[in-house]
Design a protein around this ligand. Structure first.
Ligand SMILES: Nc1ncnc2c1ncn2[C@@H]1O[C@H](COP(=O)(O)OP(=O)(O)OP(=O)(O)O)[C@@H](O)[C@H]1O
Length: 307
């Protein structure tokens, strides 16, 4: 099956002289959840904005469901929904009118039953007569999603859907995104949160400085790069890793006050028990310990260093 979104050779050079995208190729498969990961300024929003027609590309081609977004703008745009990073709502309009109006903008005939279902799915039905100014931040975000889905798009972009939202709402959003996928909507989301990509996405693409560094199945990426670390705060600072511990993946930080052990989160045994036993035998006392998972930044650093 041809990809629902096909991006080839896309470049964006802003008037300021900045190259936000330096030749991006990417294919998103129909029916998948695709996470675009990247640090601030990587070019994620620029890429999404190009596909949605709010930023013009300097070079390249984008096809949505096989149709060119430039020469066939209206048709392609009507198959796309966009939930932008920023909440933008007519604050005096009711939830119902906001969503209804948005559907009309895409030339779709009114369909109260569809909008009712949408608002119920988003737990907004009770708020349908409320003005958007009266809603909480989380509810406003859900109205943004309802707006983006009002015209029944096949491809939905969520730009940082859970930035600044609490854990409960984040879980609700994830569940919603999965339900949409189950109904056949293809979803592209951008995020800084590795757990979000790990939890949600079938595939991830990593973008940095306007270039795609890799596209991979999420499980495979985590397998490869999902390192975890054990941070050991030492009672006595150390000048160097003792000879008896050579061969262990250890490094010292914070002027020798902290020892960091890196292990494979997906391996058979982590080696933590063996390490702690060895430290005990060597009389190395530990004040505190904590495990951390490699962050997106770590994955980036290793990708950029390798590239
Ligand atoms: N209108 C503009 N004019 C000039 N430069 C811009 C404009 N919009 C974005 N940029 C620059 O393009 C680069 C990519 O920005 P973009 O917003 O696409 O990144 P992002 O990956 O979405 O970042 P974030 O995670 O912070 O949202 C940045 O260096 C940004 O400063």
């Amino acid at each position: 099956m041809p990809p629902i979104l096909s991006i080839s050779g896309v470049e964006k050079h802003y008037d300021s002289g900045l190259t936000a995208l330096g030749g991006v190729d990417l294919a998103v498969r129909r029916g998948e959840i695709f996470a675009l990961l990247g640090p601030n300024g990587a070019g994620k929003t620029t890429l999404i904005s190009i596909v949605c027609g709010t930023v013009t590309m300097s070079a390249g081609t984008v096809l949505v469901a096989g149709r060119n977004i430039v020469t066939d703008f209206r048709a392609t745009r009507s198959t796309i929904g966009l939930v932008p990073q920023e909440i933008a709502l007519d604050i005096f309009s009711t939830v119902w009118n906001t969503v209804q109006f948005s559907r009309g903008l895409f030339g779709r005939a009114p369909d109260p039953a569809y909008i009712e279902q949408l608002l119920r799915d988003l737990s907004l039905w009770d708020k349908r007569h409320s003005k958007t100014i009266e809603l909480s931040g989380g509810m406003k975000r859900r109205v943004m999603i309802a707006k983006a889905l009002s015209h029944e798009p096949e491809l939905l972009f969520l730009d940082e859907p859970t930035a600044g939202v609490d854990v409960n709402l984040r879980r609700d959003m994830w569940a919603l995104v999965r339900r949409l996928r189950d109904r056949g909507v293809t979803i592209v989301l951008t995020t800084h949160y590795i757990e979000e990509a790990e939890e949600m996405a079938d595939r991830v693409g990593v973008i940095d400085k306007g270039r795609i560094l890799l596209v991979e199945d999420t499980a495979a990426l985590m397998e490869k790069m999902g390192k975890r670390r054990l941070m050991l705060e030492l009672q006595q600072p150390m000048a160097a890793i003792p000879a008896e511990l050579q061969g262990w993946p250890l490094e010292l930080q914070s002027d020798g006050q902290r020892m960091v052990f890196t292990f494979d989160a997906h391996g058979e045994g982590t080696g933590i028990a063996a390490l702690l036993k060895r430290l005990g035998e060597l009389g190395i006392d530990i004040k505190d310990l904590e495990t951390t998972r490699s962050s997106l930044e770590d994955i980036f650093v290793s990708l950029v260093e390798r590239g």
